[in-house]
Design a protein around this ligand. Structure first.
Ligand code: CFM
Length: 546
């Protein structure tokens, strides 16, 4: 994707951006802005606290735990212990879709509900555990769910309510409902990334491995880090089915409790979003002996490559042949669709600042349309997401990360069963399959492109002025500011109203949507009123009225 188009030198704009900051802040931000030079290793400072006063794109720990990882699961009641505002902003705002199947829309699908203990002042003063117990009881009585997750918001940690003790007590009381808590207070860690880790830990402790029913399929996998935004997981399920691959559980798009509980019976874990779920992949390998490798289903070629890797893993001619059949049937129309938009898209520039994996994955889709990513960054990734997992041993654990529990996992005395022997894994690696590996975003970016971690609005504004990109990808908080600057913004969190963008059909959708956005000149026609009138010194005037 990076096939060396000459990019303008971003060092100048980097200096200009930093010059506005007080020296101490400039020094700190400089470490998070890296001009890519592929001839050497470069450290990208990340997963550190946002400087107070800087307008960040980040969310909180609770958002990462409750919203991102657990949110897409349809039959767990996600009960928020906290003030109602924390729930309002988590209620149906992420476009994770689900298909309750035969159970129908009113079956065990709680996604469209909003469960909260609605804490009040008196609960903050006198404690909220009693109210939490009542809420769990009420949820159980009304819905009889298989599981209830309790999510702590900031005040819960501050006043010291013990959500874990309450959950244990209620679980014992019910007998047929798995109740577990998450200490995912918003302030934990430096971003939603801490919430991912906490969610991974609790899923591992309380859910994964509870049901030993063996799968019926011949090739049984889990897809980790795919959240079914805009129906992505539906498209991937369609492709897996065509290939004869059985998905035991997706973590956690279009998922249910039973899938999680049985996921340890899979032969292989595929990791799509490395940032949010690599902990589960690692822990499942240690405890059950399930290997994992990184995949990317964003882009036609990327999808074909990831499918082929699954074939290589199983070393089964029947599966390999079927995968090839699917690719032969599906890929040509994707290629044609990319060709069809090329007239509009070729040579255009994209910038993307999103989450912890999409800013990387979508570069491949843009490359398929002949577009170059001049600058990109994550909101809350860690150094390994930029530089590759090879830097993991060198990452210093700071006080914020030390706050997050690290589970000590050992091989399960009964269930540990290495799916491949060490020799088999080594042979597969010799043939190009890389287990437990992610090479990071930088590896796929061109020299002279600019990586910016945890970008601020000021920095984004300046980059837009400098590069004048044809499209900017970020989220709703950035959308209208960027459009007012005359640049179309594609939301890569929610996909605006579009999607799916994963898999073969998804790639086609993306090409068309981007072509449309690049074809319209509407945003360029926008002019601020003071510029229309020719005033050179815009200001807002106001006076106090007595
Ligand atoms: Fe993974 Fe995600 Fe992302 Fe993420 Fe997210 Fe998301 Fe994202 Mo928004 S899990 S890191 S915390 S791919 S909600 S589905 S789009 S920031 S790039």
């Amino acid at each position: 994707m990076s096939e060396d188009k000459k990019l303008p030198d971003p060092s100048i704009i980097k200096e200009e951006i930093l010059a506005k900051y007080p020296p101490k802040i400039a020094r700190k931000r400089a470490k998070s802005m890296v001009v890519v030079d592929k001839s050497m290793d470069q450290e990208v400072q990340s997963n550190v606290r946002t400087i107070p006063g800087i307008i960040t794109q980040r969310g909180c720990c609770y958002a990462g735990c409750k919203g991102v990882v657990l949110g897409p699961t349809r039959d767990i009641i996600n009960l928020v212990h906290g003030p109602i505002g924390c729930s309002f902003y988590a209620w149906l705002t992420r476009r994770n879709q689900t298909d309750p199947g035969e159970a129908g829309p009113d079956g065990e699908n709680f996604i469209n509900y909003c469960f909260s203990t609605d804490m009040q002042d008196s609960n903050i003063v006198f404690g909220g555990e009693k109210k939490l117990k009542q809420a769990i009881q009420e949820a159980y009585d009304i819905f009889k769910p298989k599981a209830i997750g309790v999510f702590s918001t900031c005040p819960v940690g501050l006043i010291g309510d013990d959500v874990h003790a309450v959950s244990r007590e209620m679980k014992e009381k019910f007998g047929d409902c798995n109740v577990f808590g998450f200490s995912c207070e918003g302030y934990k860690g430096v971003s939603q990334s801490a919430g991912h880790h906490i969610a991974n830990n609790q899923l591992f402790k309380h859910v994964i491995g509870r049901d030993n029913t063996q799968p019926e399929g011949k090739y049984n996998i889990n897809l980790l880090g795919e959240y079914n935004i805009g129906g992505d997981a539906f498209e991937l399920d369609r492709i897996f089915e065509l290939c004869g691959i059985n998905v035991i559980s997706t973590f956690s798009g279009n998922s249910n409790v039973t899938g999680f509980e049985r996921s340890h019976t899979a032969d292989l874990n595929l990791v799509m979003c490395h940032r949010s779920i690599n902990y589960v992949a690692e822990m499942m390998e240690t405890k059950y002996g399930i290997p994992w490798f990184k995949v990317n289903f964003i882009g036609g070629d990327a999808t074909a490559k990831s499918l082929r890797r699954i074939g290589e893993y199983y070393e089964d001619p029947e599966l390999i042949a079927r995968i090839e059949e699917v690719i032969t049937a599906e890929l040509p129309s994707v290629k044609q669709a990319a060709k069809d938009v090329l007239k509009t898209t070729d040579g255009k520039l994209a910038m993307m600042f999103v989450g912890g994996s999409r800013a990387h994955h979508y570069q491949e889709l843009f490359a398929e349309m002949g577009m170059t990513t001049v600058s990109a960054g994550y909101e809350f990734a860690h150094r390994d997401d930029y530089e590759g997992r090879k830097v993991l041993p060198t990452i210093k654990v700071d006080a914020d990360s030390r706050n997050i529990e690290e589970l000590k996992i050992e091989a399960d005395p009964e269930l540990y069963n290495p799916r491949k022997t060490k020799v088999e894994l080594e042979d597969l690696e010799k043939n190009g399959l890389e287990f437990s590996e992610y090479k990071g975003m930088k590896n796929d970016m061109a020299d002279q492109s600019l990586i910016v971690d945890d970008i601020s609005h000021w920095e984004a504004d300046k980059l837009i002025e400098y590069y004048k990109p044809d499209i900017f990808c970020a989220g709703i908080k950035e959308k209208y500011v960027v459009q007012k600057m005359g640049i179309p913004l594609k939301q890569l969190h929610s996909y605006d109203y579009g999607g799916p963008y994963a898999g073969f059909e998804g790639a086609k959708n993306f090409y068309t949507d981007i072509e449309r956005m690049l074809s319209t000149s509407i945003w360029k026609k926008l002019k601020a009123p003071w510029l229309e009138t020719g005033a050179s010194d815009p200001c807002i005037c106001a006076e106090y009225v007595a």
